[in-house]
Design a protein. Structure first.
Length: 452
């Protein structure tokens, strides 16, 4: 029996669900796409002029489709769409578990399981249920069990269709993905989803696998990417000790076609909602299957990242401690071109500096300051202010920490800024984007990652 997808529902209107469904609606005008979420405020934002997710190009895509074949509804109003759906994407969060078996490492599947129960109770006819969230390998077993136990006169196919978009480039990644991965059991269900993507993606880039390879490939892909960042960061510290230059080393490595040039940018450490939790999930899975050496191998990728964050923060603290203890922090997002600050290096570094009693002035172009402030716990002697511009943040600073690679931080007028700073200001550039020559000429000491 050939399956066709005309009506899609996505549960979860977050950084993945919103942009992914917007692009599907944009590229497939004949498909009705409804995104539902249990958080009514998030849905209201998707229906407003200020979307809850900042992504270059997203506003235009949403404007073209919203109200036409793209709909954002609170969960309680989404039932008719759910009953009419041929395919339901689950794109809810799968954070690290905080309590119970595997706490601190394993993925918390309770949100996914709640979706599976909701689908089992409310879907009608035959439905293709698609894992879009990142899952531990064999998670589809649990979803299948819930669907089979709770289903009434309904039947289901389960597919794993992990998402590979990166924030800041999500629309480009969705419109022209390197590959689309569809794992499943029945070829008819895989074909039905492949036909949706084939409306704009080169069919040759659609990879079909079994369920377990798809689930594991997603975790492995993030682990490999995180491992590259940790590898170049490990080299960066050796560069500083030996007068090698990490950008030069990265260029040499990247020009080897077997290694390739991407993901070799030394930094203050990777952040974001996924690398840490997905590598932890992989560590947990290895331990669960008794594979201690692989577990230790992946854990080292995370340990290296923590070490890198700590050493950059400590260097800025050491310098500012000799003066008025004022530190400007430029960049709170975990990378440029996003308002997302989940697991950003800035949270750990700021908390460490606040606990040690430093006075911080923070700046970012997109991060919501009130939401960021809720991640911080201030020490008794510390103080914290959010600045409207990098210039305002830098005023009076002894140390300037650059933690996000916003392009504008690379164009700051250091000569003009020098007079507004403390007596011997130093810049700690966690992204190697500061115009070092200009800053040094203006009288700043500049510390870069991986450079003497
Ligand atoms: P998110 O936190 O931004 O969004 C998840 C949404 O799901 C929230 O709005 C939440 O209210 C909603 N939700 C949770 N439980 C629900 C339920 N039972 N019913 C209805 N709504 C519910 O998360 P995200 O960043 O979009 O990530 C979602 C998944 O995609 C995760 O598994 C993540 O690992 C994966 N992923 C994320 C990215 C990324 O760039 N953020 C990229 C690839 C994969
Ligand atoms: C990452 C992956 O790139 C996506 O393929 C994946 O879909 C996503 O995780 C996910 O599963 O959530 P994302 O976290 O949005 O995407 O952004 P990345 O571009 O991967 O950057 C992650 C972190 O690594 C950022 O803090 C970034 O600044 C840092 N990074 C990246 C470096 O420090 N150096 C680099 O060379 C590259």
């Amino acid at each position: 029996m050939k399956l066709a997808i005309q009506n899609i529902v996505c549960i979860g209107a977050g950084y993945v669900g919103g942009p992914t469904m917007a692009v599907i609606a944009d590229r497939c005008p004949s498909i009705q796409v409804t995104v539902i979420d249990r958080d009514p405020a998030r849905i209201a934002a998707w229906n407003s002029a200020t979307l809850p997710v900042f992504e270059p190009g997203l506003d235009a895509v949403v404007q073209r489709c919203r109200g036409r074949n793209l709909h954002f509804l609170p969960q309680d109003q989404g039932l008719p769409a759910l009953q009419a759906a041929d395919a339901i994407f689950i794109a809810v969060n799968t954070p690290t578990k905080l309590v119970g078996d595997g706490a601190g490492k394993a993925s918390d599947l309770s949100f996914v399981e709640a979706c599976a129960r909701y689908i089992a109770e409310n879907a009608a006819g035959h439905t293709i249920v698609i894992e879009k969230s990142t899952m531990p390998v064999r998670a589809a077993d649990a979803i299948k069990r819930i669907l089979q136990t709770n289903a009434r006169e309904t039947s289901f196919d389960i597919l794993s269709n992990p998402e590979f978009l990166a924030e800041g480039t999500a629309i480009r990644d969705l419109e022209k993905p390197d590959r689309v991965l569809i794992g499943g059991e029945r070829p008819e269900a895989i074909d039905a989803l492949a036909e949706v993507y084939a409306q704009w993606v080169d069919p040759g880039t659609i990879i079909r696998t079994n369920l377990w390879s798809a689930e594991l490939s997603k975790l492995a892909a993030n682990a490999f990417l995180a491992q590259r960042v940790s590898s170049i960061n490990a080299i960066s510290s050796l560069c500083e000790a030996t007068e090698a230059d990490v950008d030069q080393v990265a260029k040499v490595l990247g020009s080897d076609s077997r290694i390739g040039p991407k993901f070799l940018k030394a930094s203050v450490g990777f952040g974001g909602s996924c690398f840490k939790k997905d590598v932890l999930s992989l560590v947990y899975l290895c331990e669960f299957y008794g594979l201690d050496a692989p577990a230790a191998y992946w854990q080292a990728v995370l340990d290296m990242n923590e070490w890198q964050k700590r050493r950059v923060g400590l260097a800025a603290a050491k310098h500012a401690a000799a003066y008025a203890r004022r530190i400007a922090v430029l960049g709170l997002a975990f990378k440029k071109d996003t308002n997302d600050f989940r697991e950003t290096a800035a949270i750990d570094i700021c908390n460490h500096l606040l606990a040690a009693g430093f006075h911080l002035s923070l700046h970012d172009y997109r991060v919501d300051s009130a939401a960021f402030a809720r991640q911080l716990s201030s020490g008794p002697d510390a103080s914290l202010a959010f600045a409207r511009s990098p210039e305002e943040a830098i005023r009076g600073a002894d140390s300037v920490l650059v933690l996000t690679e916003w392009d504008a931080y690379g164009q700051l007028d250091w000569a003009a800024l020098r007079a507004t700073c403390g007596q011997a200001p130093a810049i700690f550039d966690g992204r190697n984007i500061v115009n070092r020559l200009a800053a040094e000429k203006a009288g700043f000491t500049v510390h870069c990652i991986g450079k003497a």
